[in-house]
Design a protein around this ligand. Sequence first.
Ligand code: NAP
Length: 239
Amino acid sequence: MRLQEKIVLITGAASGIGQATAELFAGEGATVFASDVTPPRQPHANGIEAMTLDVTSEGDWKTAVDGIVDKTGRLDVLINNAGIIAYEPLHELGLDAWHRMIAIDQTGVFLGMREAVRIMRRQKSGSIVNISSIWGSAAVAGAHSYHAVKGAVRNMSKNAAMTYVGDGIRVNSLHPGFIHTPLTDAQAPDLNDAVIAATPMKRGGRPIEIAYGCLFLASDESSFITGTELVIDGGYLAQ
Ligand code: NAP
């Protein structure tokens, strides 16, 4: 029961890493609000309340966080997990595609943190985990907009960590390597094979392996950690 009595909001929780994190957290005693742009594809486990939240919508964020605080009186943990990926290289990237990536993967994190710190500053406590990527600090060819947002999330996390350290709020980023989820299942197999081949452990990760990292950063076990980057990547970035 590592999250007993914690009130948690997770975005993008109908699928992949977000879903695994919601289920793990509920099993650890948290009350989990599992949000996504569309309702969950399969029923969630006990202790999880599904809610609709488009992370690009300022109004959705306010409604969701106000609703949680009305019900429970607090918000202890925010996992900013919702995201999309795209592979266009710079010279092929259209402006609409660029804006869509920024809106979901970067503005979504900004809006979420802003809403959460509104509550957490009052409480004088809270933990925010922003899901970045190995592509937030290392590069491959292509995926220009994805590199842009994941790098931004890394630095936004450090900025928020410094800004709110005096309010008892911790902010960290988590950087997964290749993880088997519906997002990567939809990608070209040769692309996935290439990333896995370049991973020292020679396999993709499982969503639960990222969820355990979220659990550590969300829980009081990481009480002396803020502004850091937790890399969970089968050794990819150590090369
Ligand atoms: P996933 O299975 O596709 O889950 C992402 C969820 O976010 C989906 O349910 C998706 O809904 C939702 N979403 C998309 N747009 C949204 C919006 N505007 N508002 C709210 N929710 C929205 O992907 P995942 O692999 O678990 O990825 C989770 C996070 O980890 C992402 O930030 C991703 O960039 C990051 N990440 C993943 C990997 C990997 O290898 N899988 C590696 C590094 C980082 P729809 O399906 O309806 O669009």
